[in-house]
Design a protein around this ligand. Structure first.
Ligand code: CU
Length: 585
């Protein structure tokens, strides 16, 4: 998708900044009795109303609501986004997802374009399996992003199910006697490191529209061993779900990404330009980029009369898949689906100071083309105005003894696998290796093995690549002659993909390997920025899906072969076919 802005594209009316307090998603309450040994939740997708800003009218949005085991008339949610699911590491979770959305899409005009086969929004038809059925406008599936999950509970696009109970070809549910056709039960191991995962819609062909409508929430994995680390907690641990949205003058959501890149207004935890009143102490900010397309380059801005530098330094203590060694930073670049776990010390500025979260030098894409989408500079404000409720007894970040991250090192026999981010020309579908998503898996990974995946990006923008099931580390990047590689790759496809004639990556290098960015070094990740005109190498330690039965539910463990997906997390790209299955054997 994409194109240049023109006068017909909706624009949000001017909004007064920092008038709405930052909302905090509520935490869902698990039921420990339904499945012994696990916590059980029922989460329903519903259309509701939500006000994004004081001066905007209510918008129809989609969101997740959790059943309340203590009061069934008081479900937990806020309308937009979803409640936080907070779990203890290694204690399983069982969730029944129910699709109670309308059967007409919130962005029906875009769904109509998909049905019409408009090439801006629709990948080429593949003869193997149908995509969105012609008479269906809404279907959904929930993926736990970053989860170590058996395939039948992973929530991949071909597992979608609709409000009427229509199922995509790989729909699956556990405990089928307890579900209606518009429901599915999934089980999660929670065998991840302590980390902030998230759950979001992954509906086939509709992920970008469904997430834009509001279908995303947080999934916090807690490790009781971390209680002694001395981290800010309770009200001093604040999740920030960063998104961009465009609004019509009446306050309703405008989906503009068939016409421009990104949207024009920052929304944090569901509010446009919110503020948070804070105490002069350390806070733990757990940031998720839940935007469809937008990269954010973030820093904390203070007035030059307050500090000699205008950027307030902070500490990075964790990334997508858990803690890392504390690293003092001034700014960082965040692709869609990435998470950054920060300690920000508001006692470093005088009482009364205002700290602004800024997105600077910030086109929608990275590096992006100025004018190709609306730029957003200011996001939200922290006001150091609250009275100290007690001394700050958290550990200074420099002294934090966080669980160490060991480097995953390749061995002599480590298999390499190449994924070419392929687009013939701009506005045409994007694929891996010029193979549509729907074509059967042809990548077979040996169970328990380590692999290096090389994302070869001959394009001019970065793509955030996400691999389901596993976490990984960034090994390095290496610049390539993108023009020559693209030309030779296309010639190779045109020539019938003869294995012996495949372009040899090493002959296109234009420089030596570049080490990972400082925030990526010795960090566990599940999403990686694949920079343009480079190969980005990740090393995945272990392809080993959880095989045990979860919460005594028959069929809840993995069986081999186990097929998962990886994809670009620019949601318009994954819908437009930059996604492929791969199979553990
Ligand atoms: Cu992409």
């Amino acid at each position: 998708m994409g194109g240049t802005a023109d006068a017909t594209v909706p624009k949000t009316p001017p909004l007064k900044k920092y008038v709405d307090p930052l909302p905090r998603p509520l935490t869902a309450i698990g039921d420990p009795y339904a499945y012994p040994g696990a916590d059980y939740y029922e989460i329903t997708m519903i259309a509701d109303l939500w006000q994004f800003h004081r001066d905007l009218g209510e918008a129809e949005v989609w969101g997740y609501w959790a059943g309340n085991p203590h009061d069934r008339f008081q479900p937990i949610g806020m309308g937009y986004l979803g409640p936080t699911i907070s779990v203890t590491r290694d204690r399983p979770t069982v969730i029944k997802y129910r699709n109670a959305l309308p059967t007409t899409h919130l962005f029906q005009s875009v769904v109509d374009l998909i049905h019409q086969g408009n090439t801006q929004v629709t990948p080429p038809p593949y003869k193997g399996m149908g995509a969105l059925p012609p008479d269906l406008n809404v279907w959904n599936v929930v993926h736990q992003h970053g989860g170590f999950t058996p395939p039948q509970s992973d929530g991949m696009p071909l597992q979608s199910f609709s409000p009427e109970g229509v199922h995509a070809p790989s729909y699956a549910t556990l405990d089928p006697s307890r579900v209606e056709p518009n429901e599915a039960i999934y089980a999660y191991t929670n065998h991840e490191r302590a980390s902030m995962l998230w759950y979001h819609d992954h509906g086939l062909a509709l992920t970008s529209l469904n997430v834009y409508a509001g279908l995303a929430g947080l999934y916090l994995v807690r490790d009781p061993a971390d209680e002694s680390l001395g981290l800010p907690k309770g009200e001093f641990e604040v999740p920030l779900i960063l998104q961009d949205r465009t609004f019509y003058p009446d306050g309703s959501l405008a989906y503009t990404m068939t016409e421009v890149e990104g949207a024009d207004t920052p929304v944090v935890n569901g509010k446009a330009y919110p503020f948070l009143a804070v105490q002069a102490r350390r806070y733990r900010l757990r940031i998720l980029n839940a935007s469809n397309e937008r990269f954010w380059r973030l820093r904390f801005e203070v007035d030059r009369t307050v500090l000699p530098e205008t950027s307030l330094p902070f500490w990075l203590i964790g990334t997508d898949a858990g803690f890392r060694a504390p690293l003092q930073m001034l700014n960082f670049l965040m692709g869609p689906a990435e998470r950054y776990d920060l300690i920000v010390d508001f006692s470093q500025v005088p009482a009364g100071t205002t700290v602004t979260l800024l997105n600077y030098n910030a086109p929608v894409h990275f590096p992006g083309i100025p004018g190709d989408g609306p730029e957003i500079s200011e996001i939200m404000q922290f006001r150091v105005t609250e009275r100290l409720s007690g001394p700050d007894q958290t550990t200074p970040p420099r002294q934090l003894a966080l669980p160490p991250v060991a480097a995953i090192r390749p061995g002599p026999g480590t298999r390499r696998r190449e994924w070419v981010v392929y687009q013939h020309e701009i506005f045409q579908p994007m694929t891996f290796n010029a193979i549509p998503f729907m074509a059967p898996s042809e990548d077979f990974v040996k169970a328990g093995s380590t692999e290096i995946w090389e994302y070869i990006n001959p394009n001019h923008d970065a793509h955030p690549m996400h691999v389901h099931l596993v976490s990984f580390q960034v090994l390095n990047r290496q610049p390539i002659d993108a023009f020559a590689y693209q030309a030779d790759f296309e010639a190779w496809i045109a020539g019938g993909r003869k294995l012996a004639e495949k372009p040899v990556l090493a002959s296109y290098f234009t420089g030596p390997p570049i080490p990972p960015d400082p925030d990526e070094l010795l960090s566990n990740k599940d999403t990686v920025k694949v920079y343009p005109e480079m190969v980005t190498r990740i090393i995945i330690q272990e392809f080993d899906p959880p095989q045990e039965t979860i919460a005594s539910i028959p069929g809840s463990g993995s069986e081999l072969p186990a097929t998962y997906v990886h994809h670009c997390h620019i949601l318009e790209h994954e819908d437009d076919d930059l996604m492929r299955p791969w199979t553990i054997v």
